[in-house]
Design a protein around this ligand. Structure first.
Ligand code: AMP
Length: 596
């Protein structure tokens, strides 16, 4: 067993596990590559257990044996237990049991699964964890969470408040003393707003307000109710499994409407015989969810009043929880607080990342680490003429992505080498090469092949370069590990000062190269045009003089004269080019008329 400590977000709807690896907090994905595990447990009649997506799959078949939102029952006595998805019974000690098990036992199944994922990913036995809980959890709920960890074979070295974890993930622990942060957490089943203040290097919770029965699930249910009302379907008369089908479809549509203006709600044979299909507009959905958003805002105002603060007293607003992906939610929060929320982290991953950071600090693996959240140097690729084409400029906050379209330099070319570069210099050769690969495409005329290149840096600083041949849609993806952000300070400084030192020479070389590429394109084209006899004598004289000027500037190797000569040649051929286009159009028209 290692001393490694894992960080766990044990959420109402979803859970995740992370760790600090090579100085970076990362989430650990399961065998399917998923970093988020639904907090769902299936307890089979014969003793079988399934967790996460496997458990969710059984929901339509055996709704009564699939337990969701067990977190709501943690540390609760029977007389204070909320409504639940399955029947609950009192235990002798006044606690609750679900299908014969305690909430701690059921939660421990989720924790065991997360522990298993971590052990499988890291190839080592794990014995310690940091687990997060809502700021409003009382002692009994915290103790129950710790107990669940122990049942899963984990020593819980710290119970961490979720808003504090989120603030860590956003790097807000670097803020000055007395800085205040609001964490707006809108998940699947719960909402809370917490206000934190940095005191003595750690966050204190100044106020927290929320509702343990207000979340994304409500938005799904509201959408189902709307669709059913429009289609004149009686929800009350429907079987549980048919209702689950509709809710699952509503969730899918809701997610889609976070990025699209409209989406189609489609539930074929949802009860075995009937089907539903309906287009939903985002504006319509936003109007529907307005009352829920309003409720969250009331809690925000209350928390601010409790802490005796106004929005101007806050230094940052961060969003946590999958439901904050809804654009209308983001807009409402920005309006209420009078400032844009920080969106640099994935809202559904921030808490687990923060838990991993806390675990890393306790491990000692994060002591020396500065969390880098910007690209220290520009990233780009080499283009024609050996130039550096920057896709992500230096000092861009990560995660980030950027892309551009490139084309072939020569006719019939069948592939392009993508050289991934890092640095501040204008010429590719003066920058550092992080990697290179070849992307193939169909042979086409010069400038006709189209290759889209996209750079994406995730929150762990991993650069993924994707190149797509637009005509075939075939992608090539290359992953470049931390080197995109993890650069030695001294090396960054050297690169930046070098670029300043060479700024004039570099710029002159770029101008010369760009003008040379243009000249190499123009000169042969001009020859062809002149041979067609369309130019007036006056034009011919000027074009020939301009062409000579370009040739002599090319051989002299100086940038500005070449640029000026190319501009002159471009200008001299303008009238001629327009006439050529006109003639081509006339010919095309004549051909068409003759054909008719
Ligand atoms: P969490 O408890 O933080 O995992 O949040 C889960 C909730 O976020 C669920 O209700 C999801 O349906 C919701 N959610 C996740 N992604 C999106 C999205 N893109 N748009 C709207 N809601 C989302």
């Amino acid at each position: 067993m290692t001393d490694l400590i894992i960080g766990i977000d044990l959420g109402t709807t979803n859970s995740a596990v992370g760790v600090v690896e090579s100085g970076f907090p990362i989430l650990l994905a399961d065998e399917d590559g998923k970093r988020i595990t639904p907090s769902v447990v299936w307890l089979g009649e014969a003793g079988g257990i399934e967790i996460g997506r496997n458990a969710l799959r059984r929901r339509t078949l055996e709704p009564g044996r699939v337990i969701t939102s067990i977190k709501r029952l943690m540390g609760r006595r029977f007389d204070e237990a909320p409504d639940f998805c399955a029947p609950i019974l009192p235990t002798a000690g006044g606690g609750v049991s679900v299908l014969g098990r305690s909430p701690e036992e059921i939660s421990s199944e989720i924790l065991k699964e997360l522990k298993r994922i971590a052990e499988w990913r890291l190839d080592t036995v794990i014995g310690k964890a940091v687990i997060t809980v809502p700021a409003y959890f009382n002692d009994a709920q915290r103790a129950a969470t710790k107990h669940a960890g122990e049942l899963a074979g984990l020593e819980v070295v710290r119970i961490l408040n979720e808003p504090t974890a989120a603030a860590l993930a956003y790097g807000l622990d670097k803020l000055a003393e007395k800085s205040r942060v609001a964490v707006y957490d809108f998940g699947g089943g719960t909402f809370d707003l917490s206000i934190l203040e940095m005191q003595g290097g750690v966050f204190q919770v100044l106020a927290t307000h929320g509702d343990t029965r207000l979340g994304g699930d409500d938005l799904d249910t509201a959408l189902v109710a709307m669709v059913a009302a429009k289609a004149d379907v009686d929800l009350a008369a429907m079987s549980d499994s048919a209702r689950v089908r509709l809710i699952e479809e509503a969730e899918r549509v809701k997610r889609l409407l976070s990025s699209e203006d409209k989406a189609v709600f489609r539930a074929p044979f949802y009860d075995g015989s009937r089907s539903l299909e309906m287009e939903i507009e985002r504006t319509e959905f936003e109007a529907l969810l307005r009352p829920w958003i309003e409720r969250t805002l009331r809690h925000c105002r209350q928390a601010m009043a409790d802490a005796a603060l106004t929005p101007a007293d806050l230094n940052a607003i961060v969003l946590v929880g999958g439901s904050t992906r809804v654009p209308a939610v983001r807009k409402a929060v920005a309006e209420l607080f009078g400032r844009e929320p920080d969106l640099t982290q994935h809202p559904d991953e921030a808490i687990a990342l923060g838990a991993a950071i806390q675990a890393g600090v306790m491990n000692g693996s994060l002591r020396q680490m500065v969390l880098l959240d910007v690209t220290p140097l520009s990233l780009g690729i080499e283009t024609f003429g050996g130039l550096m084409n920057v896709l992500i400029p230096r000092n861009t906050t990560i995660p980030c992505k950027a892309g551009e379209m490139f084309t072939n330099a020569a006719a019939g070319q069948q592939s392009m080498r993508i050289r991934v570069l890092q640095g501040e210099r204008e010429m590719a050769r003066d920058n550092w090469e992080l990697g290179n690969f070849e992307v193939g495409f169909e042979p086409l005329a010069k400038g006709q092949a189209r290759v889209g290149v996209q750079f994406r840096i995730d929150e762990n600083g991993i650069l993924e370069v994707l190149a797509r041949d637009v005509s075939t849609g075939i992608d090539k993806v290359v992953t470049i590990r931390n080197s995109a952000v993890d650069v030695d300070d001294a090396a960054v400084e050297a690169m930046v000062s070098e670029s300043v030192e060479h700024a004039f020479d570099d710029m002159a070389e770029r101008i010369f190269t760009e003008a040379r590429l243009k000249a190499e394109e123009l000169l042969p084209a001009v020859e062809v045009v002149l041979s067609q006899g369309l130019a007036s004598d006056e034009e011919r004289v000027e074009i020939e003089a301009a062409s000579d000027a370009v040739r002599s500037a090319l051989s002299s190797g100086s940038a500005n004269p070449l640029k000026a000569a190319v501009q002159r040649l471009d200008h001299a051929t303008e009238g001629l080019a327009a006439r050529l286009v006109e003639r081509a159009m006339e010919e095309a028209l004549e051909r068409r008329l003759a054909g008719d």
